[in-house]
Write a protein that binds this ligand. Sequence first.
Ligand code: 1PR
Length: 553
Amino acid sequence: MGLFLLDYGAGNVQSLANSIKKLGHDFQWVTSPDDFHKATILIFPGVGAFQTAIEHLHSRGLLEPLREYIRSGKPYFGICIGMQVLFESSTESPGTKGLGVIPYPIEKFDSSDKSVPHIGWNSIQILDDPPLPNDVADEQAYYYFIHSYRAKYDPTFHASAEWAHSVTQYGQELFVASVRRNNVFAVQFHPEKSGSAGLSLLSKWLNKSEFELSHNPDTTRKIARLEPRHGLTKRIIACMDVRTNDQGDLVVTKGDQYDVREKPTHATDTAGAVRNLGKPVALAARYAAAGADELCFLNITSFRHSPLNDQPMVAVVLVASQEVFVPLTIGGGIKDTVDLDGTKHTALEVAGLYFRAGADKVSIGSEAVYAVERLRANGNRPDGTSAIETISFVYGKQAVVVSVDPRRVYVEPEYDGPFKSEVVSGKPGGSDEGKAWWYQCTVSCGRENRQLSVVQLVQGVQLLGAGEILLNSIDRDGTGAGFDLDLTNLVKNAVQIPVIASSGAGATAHFTEVFVKTDVEAALAAGIFHRGEVTIGEVKSALRESDMCVRVL
Ligand code: 1PR
């Protein structure tokens, strides 16, 4: 069969390519308008921003041929932006027209009752009534969504009722999770990132005959209604801090309050060896198989050199994305860099390198702090130049995570300094009773303190276009004392984007606690998983026992 993949030039299409290869199918990339004539099956795995997608297609002369391909009746499978371009327009970029195959607009989620972007594993409700026995999608499965814009589900509107194949609930909104009509099937979620459920959907679609794919039956569709509960699961993320050890091998390491070296064994020793907790790709595969909802690689020595020259880290992402089919975040060194030979690279190029290797999100640390300092000096007016802005413009804000490394600064209860509105007091009866502190931002792996509070930082990066906060705590990192709930609530209440609690997990009860006592969307841990003290399955069982919605394998 003439299976072609359309890559418009931005975003992580590598993962879809990897999953199709894994399923044993050959494909070619669309490189010129003529390829649409050769294609007998087309998949468009769009990721990123609506405007960028349409502009890239247009500038490469692919927009009209794509429209003609879809009109010709040959099978089309769109993913995420590959679904959204079928619609008339998107409020993400007023003035940019979509293909108009489905005559209504894509709009932004309402953020008054929930975090936006919608990130995570959610369920779908299939609308065919009766259900089709050979449907490729599965109502029992969870699929991975990551988007700020959605097609509203409105059964009173003809086009919505006619096209919507399944819907998903997020907060008080029902939106179209997939469309299916004639030769078109398209999904808002990412099957290539939805583990075995996603691979199964792809495999079923690819194993249908071209005739079946281009003649989807006209079915009666039931009307979906808002349920009091929704199916978005709490995410459990395994994080791997990666660096080169003294022998030159790339290893996963783990710090205690960011110190990754073993304690010296003799008084005369200056530093111990870098803790080696395993090989990055092998650990990633193990965690994905154990049910991790996302994986995170942080290059913790990136401040020393350009990641464009740090090919081992790129290689880790390339190989990991061939083996694991859950979302990958890559952090460390996402910034403007200059090679030893003087060649300059923008943060956007660095991020692009990781996206093309198979990353779904990039995480920005120190650069985010500097960007917010510049933003504040500029009267809180974004100027479009920061890494956060340039990357989110091209790849969408959902692809930009900001990793925050705050540290407590203890103050007297009568403290009257510049951060007094953010001072937290220890709870009566708790271990911090009688203490007061604020949270200071740091850069360069916690080595340098900045005159910026954590609230100033997260609100600044949200304004610049970050899509998610990865909230570490230098005080809790590696201690096993539990997540810093004061810090987590402070940050969660300060922003409207999703927050990942990180640092300090030492038992399954800590995960339950952070989800019960705060509204974070995800929790991340490193040490307990690396040392095998607790498995991801045990964490999820504990959450389920507390009636929380989690994805179990
Ligand atoms: O500044 O953009 O180059 O990014 C550097 C990145 O590296 C940042 O995301 C920063 O958090 C991270 N990083 C820097 N130094 C260290 C270190 O440990 N020496 N690791 C480091 C941060 C913290 C967490 C850890 C949790 C959970 N690691 O990611 O995984 O604290 O640990 P636990 O469950 O064992 O408590 P840039």
